[in-house]
Write a protein that binds this ligand. Structure first.
Ligand code: GDP
Length: 313
């Protein structure tokens, strides 16, 4: 990811290096190049505007360091603005002081939630935690089984609704826009957390249902689960490949379920990076993890400063 953006910016800064002093028109040309590079990388227009506005103001302003030549100064400003747009400081999970830490996952179907649930469980286990996964995606017929497989791979236990009983998997209790929901996800989430508490798991990861597009019924279901389980973290999993569509999806989830953080998935693909740069800015929530493959170990803590350096490499 970011290869093309990175190449474009490197080229822009190479052109600056030959300059002894930067005139206003040099700065304007550089800003124009940066703007085009960001737009080509699928970064949302308002984010591009805010970003280039900040860079221009700072590059033309009084920020002069004698230790750096003009080109280095612009690179430094762009680097700092990239870090800011990617969420600033690295933000770790906020663990509950008492009882199990509850982490709810939300996002569109296919975004990589279930896969990430396994990765996060595995990662937490590596850190010495005793996580449990809860299968509260009762919308998609195979979702529960898929989480069980993912849990097995990660070596993390999964709480799934019992099949065939009243509150369970096969009881059809809701019908959201024609899709049958098997069981009550709020009840399952609650029961899962109770089980985790009883078995002394210190982190519970609740996988919720997704849809191919944002819809009200689904958002209400996610909001109901959130209200019932009062999670310590609500992580929005977003496929980095979806480009411009990332923004409206992120905004809808932010409004619907009040996110606390973002997980970017499929960073191993050839996404141009726009989603990464837009989503943190639009939600105002930090990107906390990056998912980089289909395997259970393919996950990294997201460091805004390292990602910015990678872009400006
Ligand atoms: P969910 O519907 O949000 O639970 O999405 P899934 O976890 O089922 O993922 C959808 C598809 O994307 C599956 O085929 C996953 O194997 C794949 N996937 C998930 N995360 C990643 C990732 O980080 N990289 C790649 N390449 N594929 C991923």
């Amino acid at each position: 990811m970011f290869t093309s953006l990175s190449d474009r910016l490197t080229e822009t800064f190479r052109n600056l290096r030959t300059k002894g002093r930067l005139s206003e028109s040099d700065v304007n040309k550089t800003i124009r190049d940066i703007r085009l590079a960001l737009l080509d990388a699928d970064v949302a227009l308002p984010v591009v505007k805010a970003f280039t506005g900040n860079v221009r103001e700072r590059a033309l302003g009084a920020e002069v360091s004698e230790a750096l030549n003009p080109a280095q100064q612009v690179v430094k400003i762009v680097n700092e603005e990239l870090v800011a747009i990617l969420g600033g400081e690295t933000r770790g999970i906020r663990f509950a002081k008492q009882g199990p830490t509850v982490i709810m996952l939300a996002g569109l179907q296919g975004s990589g939630k279930t896969t990430f649930a396994g990765k996060l469980g595995h990662w937490l286990k590596d850190q010495g935690h005793t996580p449990m996964l809860v299968a509260a995606d009762l919308q998609r017929p195979n979702a529960v089984t898929q989480l069980e497989v993912v849990g097995q791979r990660a070596g993390v236990p999964v709480y799934a609704p019992e099949r065939g009983n009243e509150a369970g998997h096969d009881a059809v209790t809701a019908d959201i826009e024609g899709t049958r929901s098997h069981g009550d996800p709020v009840a399952v989430s609650r029961a899962g957390i109770a089980e985790a508490r009883a078995k002394q798991h210190d982190v519970v990861i609740v996988d919720t249902a997704g849809r191919l597009a944002v819809d009200e019924g689904l958002m209400q279901q996610a909001a109901d689960i959130r209200a019932a389980i009062e999670p310590d973290e609500v992580l929005f999993v977003i496929d980095a490949m979806i480009g411009q569509a990332a923004v409206e999806t992120a905004e809808a989830f932010q409004e619907g379920v009040d996110l606390t953080g973002v997980v970017l998935s499929k960073l191993d693909g050839d996404a141009r990076g726009g989603a990464a740069l837009s989503v943190a800015s639009f939600t105002g929530k930090p990107i906390m993890f990056a998912s980089t493959g289909e395997g259970v170990r393919d996950v990294e803590v997201f460091h805004p400063d390292r990602m910015a350096s990678r872009i400006l490499d």
